[in-house]
Design a protein. Structure first.
Length: 461
């Protein structure tokens, strides 16, 4: 009769020993061997007619080992179910168990030892005590509005061809090729196309380009025309390489010179920026731009608040973990074994992730936060409609929607990602109601200078 004994070997780290007598595994071994005899294919014998002794010799040991391990695994599983053990990952066979000598010709009592890492009980104190957090509100200033309007006017502007480079605002359309000192380009050399505002070019190159016409060429060496500050950026873009090539000659050919004429504020620009919306005048247009800016800032500050909540919960919740077990599991439990050094290096971020998983699972269970299949489907539909510029009321205009959804529902990755996004969206919406949240107005520059949430909370308990 099989027995399971349990002893503690560390923090939330137990050893479970399964003792099996031969009666626990021999009957199923004999049965499996008989099953196998019916279907075995052995050259020279008809199916099902292979002599039992021969089969036992050929395949017996492998089947015997598998049956003994299976019997031990089943006992372990039953024990964990009966005692409600919530464990991390899977039980791992203790290193000393691997030396078991199993012999089907001399079946005997066997002991299997497994180690398990137990999930901890804990309280999420930051939620219980309603911790204080800050929600920032970025004010849209007049300067921001001017910059944004300027950017939009340029983006929808027109380019007028120029006869020569005369203005720092000129757009230079050009190609770059590696060449020799005389400007000769080797056959098969890669041509890089580039468009750049003259003013953004390295200062010395800018002087060389000034006054040139389409068709003119310049041979230069990046090291000679770039300052130390300009070099790395210029090698990466436009030259698509790195500083190691900065001593080579390059040939720049100007293909076209243009001047960007920003679009005027007026009905044409309004229609380009907000195609499906009625915009009557400048004030109306500016209000809409301001609303778009605010919306984007709210998204950014909302993300920051979520990061704050995430880091606060991960770092301030006192959770004991079976570290020794988890490190062994990281070493041996994955598809690829890892070295002890790799585990030490990766353990910090692994533990950070694990803490969040435990905390978020607990919060979702305790507060009944879940997402139904209907919600997933309806979210995907809404996003598809929005992509085509349609609203929820326009679904009747999309006869193809049903077959499209049927296809999407087979895309497990898309369904899972949508489910997780909605689930964590609900979790954070709930959490935002669980803290004391202070509103704080702040300028854009100050906001982006704030220390990131991770740095603020970085200390585990």
């Amino acid at each position: 009769m099989a027995t399971v004994t349990r002893e503690n070997i560390g923090t939330l780290h137990d050893k479970l020993t399964v003792k099996l007598s031969k009666d626990d595994y021999m009957p199923s071994f004999d049965k499996t061997l008989k099953q196998y005899a019916k279907t075995a294919n052995v050259p020279g014998f008809r199916k099902g007619m292979v002599p039992a002794g021969m089969l036992r010799k050929m395949h017996g040991p492998a089947i015997f080992n598998a049956e003994v391990v299976r019997a031990a695994g089943k006992q372990l599983e039953d024990y964990m179910k009966e005692h409600n053990l919530a464990i991390f990952a899977q039980p791992m066979i203790m290193p000393d168990t691997n030396r078991l000598q199993l012999d089907m010709n001399a079946p005997a009592d066997v002991d299997f030892s497994f180690e398990v890492g137990l999930k901890p009980d804990f309280e999420v104190d930051a939620v219980k005590n309603k911790a204080h957090l800050t929600r920032y509100k970025i004010t849209v200033t007049d300067k921001m509005m001017e910059d944004e309007l300027e950017r939009i006017k340029r983006r929808y502007g027109k380019v007028e061809s120029q006869d020569a480079v005369t203005n720092k605002e000129d757009l230079i359309y050009s190609t770059f090729e590696v060449c020799d000192a005389n400007g000769n380009v080797a056959e098969g050399t890669n041509k890089i196309d580039d468009t750049e505002i003259l003013d953004k070019m390295p200062a010395k190159l800018k002087e060389m380009v000034m006054g040139k016409k389409p068709g003119d060429t310049i041979v230069f060496v990046p090291n000679d025309v770039c300052t130390a500050d300009e070099l790395a950026g210029f090698m990466k873009d436009p030259l698509k390489t790195d500083v190691s090539a900065a001593g080579q000659h390059y040939k720049l050919t100007i293909t076209k010179v243009g001047l960007l004429i920003p679009q005027e504020l007026g009905p044409e620009l309004f229609a380009q920026v907000f195609p499906n919306t009625e915009v009557v005048n400048d004030t109306d247009f500016k209000d809409k731009i301001s609303a778009e800016l605010s919306k984007e800032f709210n998204r950014i500050t909302g993300e920051r608040l979520q990061n704050e909540i995430y880091e606060l919960l991960v770092h301030s919740t006192s959770i004991h973990l079976p570290v020794a077990f988890l490190k062994r599991w990281m070493r041996e439990g994955g598809e690829q074994p890892r070295s002890a050094e790799e585990v030490e290096k990766e353990y910090g971020s692994f533990e950070h992730q694990l803490r969040w998983q435990l905390i978020s699972d607990k919060l979702m269970i305790d507060n009944n936060i879940n997402v139904s299949a209907e919600e997933v489907n309806s979210d995907i539909k809404t996003r598809v409609l929005a992509y085509f510029g349609l609203g929820p009321d326009d679904e009747s205009d999309t006869p193809w929607m049903e077959s499209y959804m049927a296809k999407i529902q087979k895309d497990q990755k898309m369904m899972d990602e949508t489910y997780r996004r909605l689930l964590f969206g609900k979790l954070f919406s709930f959490l935002e109601t669980q803290f004391h949240i202070d509103e704080n107005e702040i300028g854009e520059e100050e906001f982006f200078k704030l220390a990131d949430a991770h740095a603020t909370h970085h200390h585990h308990h």
